[in-house]
Design a protein around this ligand. Structure first.
Ligand SMILES: [Fe+2]
Ligand SMILES: [Fe+2]
Length: 165
């Protein structure tokens, strides 16, 4: 099971902020990223719970499933790099998931921030892919990145659906 490597904060945002400072991802960084993405699944589930429209709920649920898919792509990258197959912890054992509230209220301001964070996530994934010598791992990183842009676009869409824009 993946655990948080030493030196990383247990706060989701702070842990991701630390990853952003890395040009290239090694084993430890990939482990943190897998935990970030797994916590991302919960984060989106908590938003889906408070959405008023079915359409927005559906989009948020789809994004939450894709965040879990991102965690699985990172597991694949870890396997390529380290040769051993690791598994994701249950949410209760993911240190980065502990501060994610069960419900996250939506607002225009929050969705704008989310949109920016997702586009930003793509940029970071592409930067990491650019520095990654293993083509298979680079491809996995690029796939995750492309989907983060889609998540950002969905955040815009949800703003309209929930009448914040
Ligand atoms: Fe993601
Ligand atoms: Fe995302």
């Amino acid at each position: 099971m993946i655990t948080l490597p030493a030196g990383y904060p247990t706060d989701l945002i702070a842990a991701f902020d630390m990853l952003k400072l890395r040009k290239r991802l090694g084993m430890d960084e990939l482990k943190v990223l897998a935990l970030v993405e797994a916590a991302g699944e919960l984060f989106y589930q908590s938003m889906a719970r408070t959405a008023r429209t079915d359409e927005a709920k559906k989009l948020l649920t789809r994004t939450s499933q894709e965040e879990r898919g991102h965690a699985h792509r990172i597991l694949k990258a870890l396997q390529i790099l380290g040769g051993e197959s690791l598994i994701l912890p249950e949410s209760k054992d993911n240190p980065l998931a502990q501060n994610v509230p069960g419900e996250i209220p939506l607002s225009g301001e929050f969705l704008s921030m989310l949109e920016k964070a997702e586009f930003d996530g793509d940029t970071h994934y592409q930067t990491w892919a650019d520095s990654e010598p293993n083509a298979e791992i680079a491809k996995l990183l690029r796939q995750n990145g492309a989907e983060e842009t889609r998540h950002g676009e969905r955040a815009q869409q949800i703003k309209r659906l929930e009448s914040f824009a």
